[in-house]
Design a protein around this ligand. Structure first.
Ligand code: FE2
Length: 268
């Protein structure tokens, strides 16, 4: 029997997936991407400031317009839930829209990211946390993000860290076509290393945690630990140096302007 205040504590807090509790991510069974047309080449992209050299093609947005702004930047401001599907985009990418809606969890923003080649050191510099739960009412589902890799980027990988500048415990997740991840991107620092000459495309969906998402994770055998993608120690070491160099350059840039460097990079 819980005391009244204990019951209150149990009632407070967000609804989160138990599967994500330990590591902050799950990797699902791979999707057979080869069978689907390359819909990401048909949809409309717009420039949107994010970490790295990127463009985005929204499929669902705050009001169904082709824009990527956080829902809290609209009037009235709201949390990243109840995204409105953009008809013209969904008509060109029905499979992507179907996959984003398959879990049956509430969808906030849904968009395809186009990322130009990004070496490991730049990726470390790009590590950021997402602002997924601004204005999200306590007691409701925590917003996490799904990442479906669309292009076959066999040498590329997602980097996840608990601490932006500490490589200890870094997880690197391979990104072949069909790779499916769900990540608490507000908790984990994340960015992609993309090796190659062509851009990488990945479908990103904001989902509300709850029984629907839990069932989806179970259906596709989500695992919360994978072997880290193998990278030569030399490349890792060079990356650490490059991240520190770029961080220092940014700090110097802001110091010259008499401002403090914004260390917590947050992607909207
Ligand atoms: Fe992000």
């Amino acid at each position: 029997m819980l005391a009244p205040y204990e019951r209150l504590i149990h009632l407070m807090g967000y609804i989160k997936s138990a599967a994500l509790e330990e590591t902050g991510y799950v990797v699902l069974d791979s999707y057979n991407q080869e069978l689907d047309p390359k819909e990401w080449l048909d949809i409309e992209y717009n420039d949107w400031k994010s970490s790295g050299d990127t463009r985005f093609a929204p499929l669902a947005s705050a009001f169904g317009d082709i824009e990527c702004n956080g829902f809290w930047n609209h009037k009235p401001p709201r949390t990243d839930k109840d995204g409105v599907w953009i008809e013209s985009q969904v008509a060109k990418a029905p499979n992507l829209a179907r996959r984003a809606q398959e879990p049956g969890a509430n969808v906030g923003r849904c968009r395809v990211i186009e990322l130009q080649p990004t070496p490991y050191g730049d990726c470390l510099y790009n590590l950021h946390q997402d602002d997924n739960n601004r204005l999200n009412p306590d007691g409701t589902g925590w917003v996490v993000r799904g990442f479906f890799n669309l292009t076959d980027d066999k040498d590329s990988f997602f980097v996840l860290r608990e601490n932006r500048t500490d490589p200890q415990g870094e997880t690197r997740i391979a990104l072949p076509a069909g790779a499916q991840l769900i990540i608490d991107t507000q908790r984990l620092w994340h960015a992609a290393t993309h090796v190659g000459t062509e851009p990488r495309y990945n479908l990103i969906t904001s989902w509300t945690s709850g029984p629907e998402l839990d069932a989806y994770i179970e259906k596709y055998n989500g695992v919360n630990r994978v072997d880290s993608f193998e990278v030569d120690q030399e490349i890792l070491d060079a990356g650490y140096i490059e991240q520190a160099r770029k961080d220092a350059a940014r700090a110097a840039y802001y110091a010259a302007k008499g401002q403090q460097a914004v260390n917590v990079m947050s992607e909207a």
